[in-house]
Design a protein around this ligand. Structure first.
Ligand code: SF4
Length: 187
């Protein structure tokens, strides 16, 4: 049994909702991701999710299923700001994927950070990855923690006045890594 809301938009809105008046959203996310105060608030939210998961009965079975999107019917959604923050952390850790690796993963329908059945960026993985369990014992607190965190991240976008876009993980990665390499991908 899966917790179906954990890898999907808790508001049921999968389309991008970036403001047309804010310029380049990718550049805005990348700039905001380097804001120390934004990082502190993001890490606070992430820490609350980790705490809630530690208190829950959910157990990660390390099956890798939640990272193989096409094979198991998952769609991982993150905000643009969170994608930029995680990608910066991956870069600092020396494991930023190349654009080719991102596109290859998209073609496979999996996450470019998946290594075998393990997450290659476990310590810095996005919040929706932290609040997803295929363990049938996972209770409603998992979905609640995810929805609460999503609301906080939405509020962070608003507070920082950066465009809000809640999009599929690898779509964001493609744009962000493509931008870094001067080759923004269209989706
Ligand atoms: S970031 Fe890690 S946990 Fe999240 S989908 Fe990718 S491999 Fe899986």
């Amino acid at each position: 049994m899966t917790t179906p809301t954990s890898h999907s938009d808790p508001n049921g809105a999968h389309a991008e909702r970036g403001s047309p008046d804010t310029g380049d959203p990718v550049a805005a996310w990348q700039a905001a991701a380097k804001d120390p105060h934004a990082l502190e608030l993001y890490r606070d939210t992430r820490g609350r999710v980790d705490l809630a998961m530690a208190k829950s009965r959910a157990t990660c079975l390390a099956s890798g299923r939640c990272c193989q999107f096409a094979a198991f019917g998952h769609r991982l959604y993150v905000t643009g700001l969170e994608a930029a923050i995680v990608l910066d952390a991956a870069r600092e850790a020396g494991c930023e994927p190349t654009l080719d690796a991102v596109e290859a993963a998209r073609a496979r329908g999996s996450c470019p950070f998946l290594q075998g059945r393990a997450c290659g960026i476990h310590a810095i993985r996005p919040i929706p990855c932290r609040a997803f369990f295929c363990d049938r014992h996972a209770g409603p607190e998992v979905a609640h923690a995810h929805e609460t965190a999503h609301g906080e991240l939405r509020g962070l976008h608003d507070a920082l006045r950066v465009p809000y876009a809640y999009s599929e993980w690898t779509d964001h990665l493609s744009r962000l890594v493509g931008s870094t390499h001067g080759d923004i991908m269209e989706s």
